[in-house]
Structures are given as structure tokens and as C-alpha cells.
Write a protein that binds this ligand. Structure first.
Ligand code: ADP
Ligand code: MG
Length: 260
């Protein structure tokens, strides 16, 4: 899948992406560049297209226009001469398996144990050796602080523990980037901190992360780049000291005054 790239400079490269649902233009020309090892936090009001953007990154939504590259790999298409051909489902699944996705509602498989949840995709989508993946999964569960839960089922865990399992599951893919869609929004307030702490540690360890969140304090702390979206476009982006503490656009100022 790395035929038409040299060394990808960007983990995520979004250019001119448009996406509509019927008459609703949800993404109206989004550009976004994320360098390897950097953390990008996306802020913006509800309905501004943040989740849709994340979903286009791993082809859960197909774009109408524009291109997306993850680690240089053109998502959803392969180039043949000057023409783009849509990938088959099997190749899309393979591409998607290099992108971690952590959802608001954890989305663990309820009928699988914690360990099985983490082991499933590397074995089935990446064809890796089960014993090797299991050893790695146990280490990852320990890293996010739920090593003692490996043989329990998701419903036996708190929301914060389930979300940490979801993060271990994403890491097990050895992904080029991990996408987080409001990872703490479904949690009781007292459980938010433990999940943010794990994400902060990943950031310190040099993972490439794209995080949609309303936790502005966390964004300021962890982000290399803050992106403010509204109405399906990127209104403003830059270091958090700029976008969060000294916003230039009225829409950014209005949003921040509501959430800060
Ligand atoms: P955000 O995550 O910023 O709150 P979303 O990307 O979820 O925004 O949604 C942006 C807009 O697109 C909303 O108006 C939402 O109702 C609409 N939308 C999202 N997904 C779909 C879909 N599958 N079908 C129709 N409309 C959708
Ligand atoms: Mg959303």
C-alpha cells in the first residue's frame, strides 16, 4: 500500500475534503495536516462535523471530494497511472487496521473478554500470530492500568476501565495514528481523569493522536496543535497558546467563552 509515496512526512494529510448527507453539507472543504508524533486536538460546537471528519479518516464515511492519506497511504483508493480506483472492502479493512479509533461509548465487544477484545483485530485483520499478540496485549493492558481485568468481561468494568481497554485495543494495532472521538464524554466525572491521564502518557511517549474533546484544559496541556471547527470548516488552527488563549476569530471566541 506504500507504492506511490516516498517518506510520509505527515501521519494524517487531509486535503479539500467535502462530505454531504443529502442536502446537508457537513464537511465543506477541510484541510488538516498532522505530523508524526504530534497531538492534534479538535474543538468545536456540536454538529460542526468533528465526528464526520474522524470517520472519513478511516473510511467509515466515504468522502465526496478531496483526499485523505494516513502515513502516506491514500485512503479508499489506489492509483493506477493517472486514475484512482476504489479499493475493495478487504483492502479497506487492511487500511483501517492501521488506524486506532477510540469511541465515546467504548464500543467493546460485550461477548469477548477484555483480553480477547484487544487480541481480536491484530489477529483477524492483520494476520498476526495469536500467542505473540496475546503477550503484547497483556503488556498493553498493564500499561493502561487494567492488567488485572484481562479475563473479565466489559460489563464487569467501570466506564473508565472500559475506555482504557479500548485504548489498549487501539494500541495493539500498532497504528500510524489513534483517533479519539470525545473519549471522556460518556464517563462519570470522577472517571474522566484516569482516561485523560492515559492519553497524556501516550502523548508523552510520542504517539500520533487526533482527539476530539470538549476538555479545553486538557487540550491546552496535551495538544501540539489545536483546531477549531465550525460549520464544516476549520476556522482556526495553531498552537493552543494561540487558538485557545488568544483566538482571532469571533466564532472561536464565542465557543470558548461558552465552554471555558
Ligand atoms: P459533531 O461531531 O461536530 O457534533 P457530526 O459530524 O456528528 O458533528 O455531525 C455533523 C452534522 O452531520 C450534524 O448535523 C449531524 O446531524 C449530521 N450527520 C452526521 N452523520 C450523519 C448521517 N450518517 N446521516 C445524516 N446526517 C448526519
Ligand atoms: Mg461528534
Amino acid at each position: 500500500m506504500t507504492t506511490d509515496i516516498q517518506q510520509a512526512e505527515f501521519a494524517v494529510e487531509v486535503r479539500g475534503v467535502h462530505k454531504s448527507f443529502g442536502a446537508l453539507d457537513v464537511l465543506q472543504g477541510v484541510d488538516l495536516l498532522v505530523r508524526k508524533g504530534e497531538v492534534t486536538v479538535i474543538l468545536g460546537p456540536s454538529g460542526s462535523g468533528k465526528s464526520t471528519l474522524l470517520r472519513t479518516l478511516n473510511h467509515l464515511e466515504k468522502v465526496d471530494r478531496g483526499t485523505i492519506r494516513i502515513d502516506g497511504d491514500l485512503i479508499g483508493y489506489r492509483r493506477k497511472g493517472n486514475k484512482l480506483h476504489e479499493l475493495r472492502e478487504r483492502d479497506i479493512l487492511r487500511q483501517r487496521s492501521r488506524i486506532g479509533f477510540v469511541f465515546q461509548n467504548f464500543n467493546l465487544f460485550p461477548h469477548l473478554t477484555v483480553l480477547e477484545n484487544v487480541v481480536e483485530a491484530p489477529v483477524s485483520a492483520q494476520g498476526r500470530d495469536r500467542a505473540e499478540v496475546e503477550a503484547e496485549a497483556i503488556a498493553l493492558l498493564e500499561r493502561v492500568g487494567v492488567g488485572d481485568k484481562a479475563h473479565e468481561y466489559p460489563r464487569q468494568l467501570s466506564g473508565g476501565q472500559q475506555q482504557r481497554v479500548a485504548i489498549a485495543r487501539a494500541l495493539a494495532l500498532r497504528p500510524a495514528v489513534i483517533l479519539f472521538d470525545e473519549p471522556t464524554s460518556a464517563l462519570d466525572p470522577e472517571l474522566v481523569g484516569e482516561v485523560l491521564a492515559v492519553i497524556k502518557q501516550l502523548a508523552r511517549d510520542g504517539a500520533t493522536l487526533v482527539i476530539v474533546t470538549h476538555e479545553v484544559g486538557f487540550a491546552r496541556e496535551v495538544a501540539d496543535t489545536a483546531v477549531f471547527m465550525d460549520g464544516g470548516v476549520v476556522v482556526e488552527q495553531g498552537p493552543p497558546a494561540q487558538v485557545i488563549d488568544d483566538p482571532q476569530h469571533d466564532r472561536t471566541k464565542a465557543f470558548l467563552s461558552r465552554v471555558l
